[in-house]
Write a protein that binds this ligand. Structure first.
Ligand code: NAD
Length: 343
């Protein structure tokens, strides 16, 4: 395995901590990408990786993503990410979580953890018995989904304004992929404003029931990306914008809550070449993290709402700069984030 400095995803991370606790079998990585704006904050992923290099690569990539996301959300937080290397059985005994909590605590608040794939709310509460450096606990605002939905809704409206010149959503046709916590909430906001909805979910009954309730229609999950609509809103999986899927889009804008929508990154250029506006995912979907990190600077509900209300303005700034410079919105967002974190 190459040295960590030589891995393609190493980006002058401030620190990469490798932990092993033989007694409990804990193996974990905590990557601190940047503390320029505040403590490095980002979730803990509990995952079975093919090998330890894949785990380190994931921590490097995801921690940089958190630096960008937190910076663009205007938070006093840097970017970090932890991964716990699960064994094939994915057993997660309490002692292993305790050892991980001690690892987090040993960094003295330089890294603040939160929930991510493979970690439950109960796991986070468990960690908090050993370390104070846990964000997003049930008594600190709870489920981030509704906050993310609201930010995505405001972002979808901003996209409509940029493309059609008005943020009046009456009759604007939005195709939503995935109607879970984020997509379902978005659909409700849009329905209230008179938007025309086409919904899809791998759980077809879920999409059909919500479409019935809100007066929209539902289509099969594999048809949603070619629906003719004004805006496509991906709110399910990542990496859904590929060379093929972008070629098949029949919309004027892509604005949705899913993480890491661009499969390789180059799809941002393909969208621009097709004249499709793109809302960079980590900017539009920051509502959840804004709420999760509320305790970092003791933000109250009014301040949380103010920060979420700033999402459309940030997107407009990105699109204006993109129109002026010819760089794609994703490139502009990355550059803005890098500037904010002093890179
Ligand atoms: P969720 O599990 O509540 O909902 C996801 C929905 O997508 C489910 O109903 C699922 O059946 C459906 N789905 C899965 N694969 C699909 C496919 N191929 N086609 C259509 N539907 C599909 O999850 P969520 O919390 O709503 O998160 C959705 C996305 O938003 C994820 O990418 C997540 O990482 C991202 N995100 C969520 C938050 C948050 O606060 N929850 C914050 C930032 C980003």
């Amino acid at each position: 395995m190459p040295a960590i400095w030589d891995l393609p995803d190493f980006d002058s991370h401030e620190a990469v901590h490798l932990f092993e606790d033989r007694a409990t079998g804990l193996k974990a990585v905590i990557a601190v990408h940047s503390t320029h704006l505040g403590p490095a904050a980002g979730g803990t992923r509990f995952w079975h990786y093919a090998d330890s290099q894949s785990a380190i690569t994931d921590a490097l990539r995801l921690s940089r993503g958190m630096s960008y996301k937190n910076a663009m959300a205007g938070l006093s937080a840097g970017g970090g990410k932890a991964v716990i290397l699960a064994n094939p059985s994915r057993a997660k005994p309490a002692e292993l979580l305790d050892a991980f909590a001690r690892a987090v605590d040993s960094l003295g608040g330089k890294y603040i953890t939160a929930q991510d794939v493979g970690m439950s709310e109960a796991d986070m509460v468990h960690l908090s018995k050993t370390t104070a450096h846990v964000a997003g606990l049930p008594d600190q605002g709870g489920d981030p989904g509704p906050y993310t939905s609201r930010g995505v809704y405001l972002g979808v409206r901003a996209a409509a304004k940029h493309v059609f010149g008005t943020e009046d959503m009456q009759g604007v046709h939005v195709a939503i992929q995935g109607v879970g916590s984020v997509g379902g909430g978005l659909a409700r906001y849009l329905a209230q404003q008179g938007a025309k909805l086409t919904l899809a979910d791998v759980d077809a009954a879920r999409a059909a029931a919500l479409a019935d309730e809100l007066g929209g229609v539902s289509v099969a999950a594999d048809a949603i990306m070619s629906v003719e609509a004004d805006i496509f809103s991906p709110c399910a999986l990542g990496a859904i914008l590929t060379e093929d899927s972008v070629a098949g889009l029949n919309v004027k804008a892509v604005a949705g809550g899913a993480n890491n929508q661009l499969a390789k990154g180059i799809e941002g250029r393909m969208l621009a070449d097709r004249g499709i506006l793109y809302a960079p995912d980590y900017v539009i979907n920051a509502g959840g993290i804004i709420n999760v990190l509320r305790h970092i600077d003791s933000a109250d509900d009014v301040e949380i709402n103010r920060r979420i209300d700033a999402i459309p303005g940030r997107l407009s700034e990105i699109w204006k700069e993109s129109d002026a410079s010819g760089s794609t919105p994703a490139e502009v967002a990355d550059k803005m984030a890098q500037k904010l974190i002093g890179r």
